[in-house]
Design a protein around this ligand. Sequence first.
Ligand code: SAM
Length: 215
Amino acid sequence: MNSHVGNPFADHDLVASYEGWYETTGRRADELEKQLLDGLLADLPTIDTVLEVGCGTGHFSRWFEARGLHVVGADLSMEMLVESRHLSGLPFVRARAERLPFASRSVDMVAFITTLEFVADVGRTLSEACRVARKGILVGALNRRSVLGRRLRNRTELPWTSARLYNLGELKSLVKHAAAEYEPRISWRTTLWPGWRKSLALPWGGFIGISVTWG
Ligand SMILES: C[S@@+](CC[C@H](N)C(=O)[O-])C[C@H]1O[C@@H](n2cnc3c(N)ncnc32)[C@H](O)[C@@H]1O
C-alpha cells in the first residue's frame, strides 16, 4: 500500500524501476549531470557535510559520498527511503522539505537534485535549506526552457504530470530571494543534453546546476 497518496514517488512500480533508469535510458543524462555538479562543487568553499533533500533512492547521495563528503539523505517517500537503505549504508531520514527536522546551520550544504520540481512549496523549501545550511545550497533541476523541458511538459503520466518545471531565471530569483539575508554568490551551468560533453553557461540546456554560497 502507498503511504503517501499524492506523492508519485510513493508508487511501488516507479520506485522499483527508478535506479534502473540511471543504468539504461538515463545513463548519459546521469553522466552529464554529475560532470556539471562536479564542476560546481569544485568552485565551492570547503564543504564536508551535505544534506540531500529529496534523495529518492540515494543515487546522488552515494555520489556525494564517493566524492568524500559526509552525507545524510532526506525524503518524504518511505518507499524511496526503503530502497535507498537497500543500496547503501548512508543515514537516510524521512522528512518534508518544507519543514526540515535539522537545527539551523547544522550542515555545510543542502542539495536538491531534481527535487524542487516536485515539492509542494518551493519558496518554503528553499528558505528551510538556507536556514539549515552553513555555507550554501546546490540545486540541480530540469530546465523548462529547453528541448528536454518541452518534452517533459508534454508527458501525460506521473510523475511528470505532477512536476512544476522552472527556467534558469525563475530558479535564480527563487534562490536569491531565499538566501537574500546572506548576500549569496550564485554560479550556474547547464548541460546541453543529449548532445554535448561539456556543461556551458547557456540558459537553455536541459539540466540546470546552481550553486548558492555565502560566508
Ligand atoms: C525526481 S526524484 C529525485 C530523487 C533523487 N534526488 C535523484 O535525482 O535521483 C524527487 C524526489 O523528491 C521527493 N520529494 C517530493 N516532494 C518532497 C517533499 N516535499 N519533501 C521531501 N521530499 C520530497 C520525492 O519523494 C522523490 O524521491
